[in-house]
Write a protein that binds this ligand. Structure first.
Ligand code: CP
Length: 320
């Protein structure tokens, strides 16, 4: 991935594909712009004219509830025209290639594509293909990256914890298949958290994950000891082609977040999950619905953060 692809020649955000190559100032600008949009979200009339006349196409080749819907709400709040193309009922189902589909939508004067795809690298491939005036936001590609999810998570952490520098953050679960974990680790490192831990059975830890600047644990209670933020991940069964865990019950016994295991963390630790959650598999209902869970605020924050990323790529953020 080239940093050049994500920035214009004069240093503005052109595409938003992965956190990995972005400058720390860009992440901070996303958070501060999202702050302003959060304030607008509390008004009775929530619409702003920033993207009036722009066309945004949601192109989701993989299922989604949160990401697709919050992108649509975000685009509408910025007064863009939004199209949701369903790949199952589009001409891709008749054999049209992905890039041909993008070309025909671009011929209809699409300004911004929001892309989700099961294959890693698809958003970048499209970003390399489109002309300069067309922008791409990655809404999750395979096991590679989910950068807007990571930024709404950073926004939520900052909302509840103030600053990043003193924080210990633990990510628990299927790290191996998780695009969310990869993007979160890059964002947490860039924003300067004190310590990042990952907890999983060895079968769900990527080789050499320590190179990303994390401490690895296979024991849940050790990994949770004293931490300020706990991020639980879903077991991504759709990406598992082997038996990575002996049984779901045993996985929950060893790695599920319950009231008992939560006691190992700091008393004011917050609990996060990008969703969709699997109750009784990675998290108990008591914890997911409990007072320290910020799972629903994460969803709400997705609107302001996605408004910020869209406004920045389309050049309207300086008017906020
Ligand atoms: N977190 C996340 O990407 O959720 P969806 O699959 O529902 O968009």
């Amino acid at each position: 991935m080239s940093r050049d692809l994500q920035y214009t020649d004069n240093g503005k955000l052109r595409h938003f594909l992965t956190i990995e190559d972005l400058r720390k100032e860009t992440l901070e600008q996303i958070l501060s712009t999202a702050d302003k949009f959060t304030q607008f979200g509390q008004r009775e009339i929530k619409k702003l004219p920033l993207l009036r006349g722009h066309t945004v196409v949601n192109l989701f080749f993989e299922n989604s509830s949160r990401t697709r819907t919050t992108f649509e709400i975000a685009a509408k709040r910025l007064s863009a025209d939004v199209i949701n193309l369903n790949p199952d009922t589009s001409s891709t189902s008749k054999g049209e290639t992905l890039l041909d589909t993008v070309d025909i939508l671009e011929a209809m004067h699409t300004d911004l594509f929001i892309i989700r795809h099961a294959k890693s690298g698809v958003a970048e491939l499209i970003a390399q293909h489109v002309p300069d005036h067309v922008h791409i936001i990655n809404a999750g590609d395979g096991q590679h990256a989910h950068p807007t999810q990571a930024m709404l998570d950073m926004f939520t952490i900052r909302q509840y914890k103030g600053s990043f520098h003193e924080l210990r953050v633990t990510i628990v679960g299927d790290i191996l298949h998780s695009r969310v974990a990869r993007s979160q680790i890059h964002a947490l490192n860039s924003l300067g958290v004190h310590e990042i831990r990952v907890v999983a059975p060895n079968s769900l830890l990527p080789a050499q994950i320590e190179r990303l600047g994390v401490h690895t644990y296979t024991d849940l209670l050790q990994g949770l000891d004293g931490v300020d933020v706990i991020i639980m991940l879903r077991l991504q069964k759709e990406r598992m082609h082997n038996a990575y865990i002996p049984s779901e019950q045993e996985y929950f016994n060893l790695y599920g977040l319950t009231t008992d295991s939560l006691a190992a963390a700091a008393d004011d630790a917050i609990i996060m999950h990008p969703g969709p959650i699997n109750r009784g598999l990675e998290i108990s209902s008591e914890v997911a619905d409990g007072p320290r869970s910020v799972i629903l605020p994460q969803v709400t924050n997705g609107i302001a953060v996605r408004m910020a990323v869209m406004a920045m790529t389309l050049g309207g953020a300086s008017d906020v």
